[in-house]
Design a protein around this ligand. Structure first.
Ligand code: HDE
Length: 708
């Protein structure tokens, strides 16, 4: 047994140790060429005379320029824009009853992971906050080799058969004749595809919802989408769906905010992830599984192999089996995040596939695409992709081969090398495919059980809160409103009349199309099931890790402001002082505070809540800048907490904000409609504990009462 064949104990540092061999630090080093030759001058090319032509002989210039000329590699066909981080995965309880996967046996074991989040449609330099599904791809570096869970933040997909994927992607990418629009589905070809491929209805409902504009990668669910199989040591299988549940809950931006952020900070999501990890606010996600016994495959009114269907959590509960913590940013984005290569076919014993035709097609695509993206078949040797389990086989040569395989023999079976490297039995950890019985004629067809395109779209719609429905309606109105072709607009209206007549009417109204005369002809009747788990209204809410903009100038009310800062600190809220200029501002008691951003360099869309400090001089200083009113108005219109010191009330009025008036309820009792997000430091109120009220309001995240 050679040294690296010995069983290895994998822990989170194992991957890190492996990566350490490749890290290069240039500090304190002498500059060399790529051949190790020390360089004497890196600023002047070699010339014939100081005003003469550059000489071909200048190998240093040529090497430097050639490397630069080839610095770029093709971006991913889809999911080009992404951001990654390292972390660990820890199990809560052994899953040996269901799967033999080694990393799911022992709660004491930790498995290193690398995660890459992404948008789907946009190019590598596009904005983070566009309306789109998000990729959520995880590589587990297990003792048995890499397991990649290549998922999205939406549990279903647009199409049912992989052969349609190139068409789908061609339709939502920028249109080929003018390469517009970038990173947006609000255009003709996208909606033409959706209307002509109505299996997309369910996922379109999700992408029109606020799920498609997440607040943060840290506040997003992840889904494996397809049905996989768990297989235990006895060969007993369960169908399984994989979930990631963010500990901070699922939260989103609002559309106006998302669009503004795209201009103010296109790196919003990557910055958020990077900063959170640097600050020690490690993103955490619970790993969940839904399982269905093999003999219960046909017990549902949908086909469990259909990737446009989810398994309602109320029907098939999500069992939370472990937690992933992302705790380290990459050292080099290109080397790690750009070169990481995921593949749904990277599985370990105990995890197997189902016959979902989308999954089956993905099993081909992922390795294939890396060949052109990463330039050859040896991309598994790139440090970030390298398995921590030893690799031995007879694959040889190819572009960028890094291994020096020794010996005469590179074939199997052989006698010259004792038949090494040898295959393994299941007991020795060899991957053995689940022996599913398969029978059938060769056909190009879609199963009848895949033909219901609308029931779950209706279930999704019915499970939304009024606010969520309003946002979905507006998203449709925006997207279809950008479509130029009248017939495509009409087709979309007609298609979604099969989900909800009122929704279709609202789309028609906004785009000037003909409203449906009644429910669409394919509108399923009798969809009564609701899935509360689908509504973000029911998610975890907390102020932890949220960002509070503190607007203040010279003469701020120091007692009030310090109390708010203290309460923020205790709740894990990150405050940032924003003022007219950078530097220091002086409070009413003479104390000083450092300004983090100015009203020009920041914007309320980059914060979760705002607080305008009291103190007349401070408020007067802010009030003379029109940016202050914009700041407050946007925060208010985006349903965020707006907290104000007493003197700052005028700033609200200046921004056109009228605190909500009392309204009569149907029982004729007059109840004040309270704006839970407008917190005013009313010193006259006896029970007032302003700073605590501010933090409580921040923790509610959005105050939708302003909307209805
Ligand atoms: Fe992908 N997908 N995909 N996909 N996908 C790629 O692989 C593909 C699908 C997903 O951060 C590509 O390396 C086909 C579903 C993520 O590196 C490519 C089909 C889901 C990522 C590809 C699908 C995904 C990709 C492009 C239909 C959610 C980014 C670059 C059969 C479960 C991973 C690459 C990363 C990337 C093919 C559908 C998730 C072309 C053919 C469904 C998160 O191979």
């Amino acid at each position: 047994m050679s040294k690296d064949q010995e069983p290895k104990h994998i822990n989170p540092s194992t991957k890190d140790e492996q990566l350490e061999q490749y890290r290069v630090d240039n500090n304190g080093e002498k500059m060399t060429t790529n051949q190790g030759l020390r360089v004497s001058d890196d600023e002047h090319s070699l010339k014939a005379g100081d005003r003469g032509p550059t000489l071909l002989e200048d190998f240093h210039f040529r090497e430097k320029m050639t490397h630069f000329d080839h610095e770029r590699i093709p971006e991913r066909i889809v999911h080009a824009r992404g951001y990654g981080a390292h972390g660990t995965f820890k199990l809560y309880e052994s899953m040996s009853e269901f799967t033999s996967a080694n990393f799911l046996q022992d709660p004491a074991k930790e498995t290193p992971v690398f995660v890459r989040f992404s948008t789907v449609a946009g190019s590598r330099g596009s904005a983070d906050t566009v309306r789109d599904a998000r990729g959520f791809a995880t590589k587990f570096y297990t003792e048995e080799g890499n397991f990649d869970l290549v998922g999205n933040n939406i549990p279903v997909f647009f199409i049912q058969d992989a052969i349609k994927f190139p068409d789908l992607v061609h339709s939502f990418k920028p249109e080929p004749h003018n390469e517009m629009p970038q990173a947006s589905t609000a255009h003709d070809t996208n909606w033409d595809f959706m209307a002509n491929n109505t299996e997309s209805a369910h996922m379109v409902m999700w992408t029109m919802s606020d799920r498609a504009i997440p607040r943060s990668y840290r506040m997003m669910e992840g889904f494996g989408v397809h049905t996989f199989r768990f297989v235990n040591a006895q060969g007993v299988a369960h169908f399984v769906k994989f979930h990631w549940k963010p500990v901070l809950g699922v939260h989103s931006l609002v559309w106006d905010e998302a669009q503004k952020i795209a201009g103010k900070d296109p790196d919003f999501h990557r910055r958020d992830l990077y900063d959170a990890i640097e600050a020690g606010n490690y993103p955490e996600y619970e790993f969940g599984v839904q399982m269905i016994k093999e003999d219960e495959e046909f017990n549902f009114d949908f086909d469990i192999l259909d990737p446009t269907k989810l398994w309602p959590e109320e029907l098939v509960p999500v069992k939370r089996i472990g937690k992933m913590t992302l705790n380290r940013n990459v050292d080099n984005v290109f080397a790690e995040t750009e070169q990481v290569a995921f593949h749904v076919g990277h599985v370990v014993p105990g995890i197997d596939f189902s016959n979902d035709p989308l999954l089956q097609g993905r099993l081909f695509s992922y390795t294939d695409t890396q060949l052109s993206r990463l330039g050859g078949p040896n991309f598994h040797q790139i440090p970030i992709n390298k398995s921590v389990a030893p690799v031995h086989n007879n694959q040889r040569d190819g572009m960028h081969q890094m291994s020096i395989d020794r010996g005469q023999v590179s074939y199997h079976k052989n006698s010259l090398a004792n038949n090494d490297p040898q295959t393994s039995t299941a007991e020795e950890g060899g991957y053995v495919h689940y022996e599913e019985k398969v029978e059938g004629r060769k056909v190009r067809a879609r199963s009848d059980s895949f033909k219901d395109h609308y029931s779950q779209a209706v279930m999704f719609w019915n499970s939304m809160s009024p606010v969520e429905k309003e946002h979905i309606t507006k998203a449709f109105q925006f997207e279809v409103g950008k479509v130029k072709d009248k017939s495509v607009q009409q087709q979309v209206v007609d298609m979604f009349s099969n989900v909800d007549q009122h929704l279709a009417e609202q789309i028609a109204l906004a785009v000037g199309a003909k409203a449906p005369a009644g429910p669409g002809p394919e509108r399923p009747t009798g969809v009564t099931i609701l899935s509360p788990a689908l509504s973000m209204e029911n998610t975890v809410k907390s102020p932890a890790t949220l960002k509070l903009a503190v607007l203040a100038g010279n003469g701020f009310n120091a007692v009030e402001l310090n109390e708010v800062l203290q309460a923020a600190k205790e709740a894990g809220v990150t405050p940032e002082i924003i003022s007219e200029h950078l530097g220091m501002i002086k409070g009413s008691d003479g104390s000083e505070l450092e300004v983090g951003q100015t009203l020009l360099t920041s914007d309320s869309v980059l914060y979760d809540a705002i607080y305008v400090a009291g103190g007349q001089a401070s408020v007067d200083q802010l009030a003379k800048m029109k940016e202050s009113a914009n700041f407050v108005r946007d925060a208010y219109n985006h349903y965020k907490t707006v907290a104000v010191g007493k003197e700052a009330l005028n700033l609200l009025a200046g921004a056109g904000i009228q605190p909500m008036k009392p309204v009569a309820n149907p029982g004729n009792l007059v109840e004040p409609a309270v704006d839970t997000g407008l917190v005013i430091n009313d010193e006259n109120k006896q029970d007032s504990n302003f700073s605590q009220q501010v933090i409580a309001a921040v923790g509610m995240q959005r105050h939708w009462g302003r909307q209805v």
